[in-house]
Ligand binder design. Structure first.
Ligand code: FAD
Length: 312
């Protein structure tokens, strides 16, 4: 199943992202976590791609197991870090042989301890170059990253949109955003993207807050921002981990409800390999009918479009 086709057919799409564990035991734990989330009926799940060789082998292993054992559509992430073009072709061949049809094509973060991305000898410099190769040489659905709060290396917000447009022109058929906590940043990004002619679905990336320190570190890495009032509430609880996690679930549920009510095509959860917070958030969206209402709204828009009526 091509994720872009799924996103046309069925909305909102609920999806989950995991990273490959380092050990066999970790992989078994992850399989249990994914099983626990299967009840939420995800459209697909994705597995990130690290900088090291061993973690890359695990990405492939986990993706294969998700497809074979859990029968959930997997998406493998792939980055340009540390590989030549021909090595990347080999990796993609292996993924396609394992039945993988969806790839999140990225430039990649620098390996641990390094501050800047370095192009490998004979490798790709930008995600758009990888996307072009995937489009020209393979039959795959390609997703790419988007940055509502602007990628830290981008010159400015306009440059960031130009890069996103280049990735779509190269063959990306949907975009998934970096996580954010302020929905106005996402909707402003979607408006800028549409004005620039980007017409593919832009799926918001959601990070349920589970720890104060964890989220602060992630924000510092990605250059993201946190709304002042959320920050104040988290700081007031900084030495009460359970209270932070409770606030995190409540905030994320409200954030997701607002995104769906205003037409986001789906929600992609950065689970950090844990199920509890994501499960609570999605269950709250089900219990309040937020998912059903969004699905009905999308059906109505699609029917109106097919009937030639201008939809709201
Ligand atoms: P690009 O689109 O190539 O952009 C990188 C930088 O180069 C940007 O600043 C951009 O402005 C600039 N640029 C791009 N094209 C041009 C051009 N033609 N001319 C001049 N400048 C240009 N990282 C991992 O290591 N593993 C993962 O699995 C992973 N998964 C992710 C999933 C999602 C949904 C997202 C949003 C990010 C993910 N990342 C992952 C992080 C990502 O790799 C980093 O944010 C990385 O720094 C940028 O990747 P990109 O694909 O957006 O790069």
């Amino acid at each position: 199943m091509f994720i872009a086709e799924y996103l046309q057919r069925r909305r909102p799409s609920i999806s989950f992202e995991f990273f490959p564990p380092k050990t066999d035991e970790g992989v078994e734990n992850l399989m249990r976590t994914i099983k626990a989330l299967r009840i939420l009926n995800p459209g697909f799940v994705s597995v990130t791609y690290g900088a090291g060789g061993s973690s890359r082998v695990r990405t492939l292993e986990v993706v294969k197991r998700i497809k074979g054992e859990l029968e959930i559509e997997p998406m493998a992430h792939l980055t340009c870090v540390g590989s030549s073009r021909s090595e990347m072709r080999e990796i993609v061949r292996e993924l396609t042989l394992a039945g993988v049809e969806n790839i999140m094509a990225l430039r990649g973060d620098p390996p641990k301890g390094e501050t800047h991305f370095v192009q490998s000898t004979g490798g790709f410099r930008y995600a758009s170059e990888l996307i072009e190769m995937l489009r020209d040489e393979f039959n795959l659905c390609i997703g790419a990253g988007a940055y509502p709060e602007v990628h830290p290396d981008a010159l400015d917000a306009d440059d960031d949109i130009r890069v996103a447009a280049a990735k779509v022109a190269a063959g990306a058929t949907f975009l998934t955003t970096q996580f954010f906590f302020d929905n106005t940043a996402y909707f402003a990004y979607v408006d800028r993207a549409r004005a620039a002619g980007i017409d593919v679905p832009i799926v918001p990336g959601i990070m349920p807050i589970t720890s104060y320190k964890g989220v602060a570190t992630m924000l510092a890495m990605n250059g993201g921002k946190m709304p002042q009032r959320l920050l104040a509430e988290l700081e007031a609880r900084h030495d009460e981990p359970e209270a932070v996690a409770e606030l995190g679930v409540a905030y994320t549920a409200l954030q997701c409800r607002d995104l769906l009510a205003k037409g986001a095509p789906g929600l992609h959860f950065y689970t950090l390999n844990r199920s509890t917070a994501t499960r609570a958030v999605v269950s709250a969206l089900v219990a309040t009918d937020a998912i059903r209402e969004a699905a009905l709204a999308y059906e109505a828009t699609t029917l109106a479009r097919n009937a030639g009526v201008t939809a709201r």
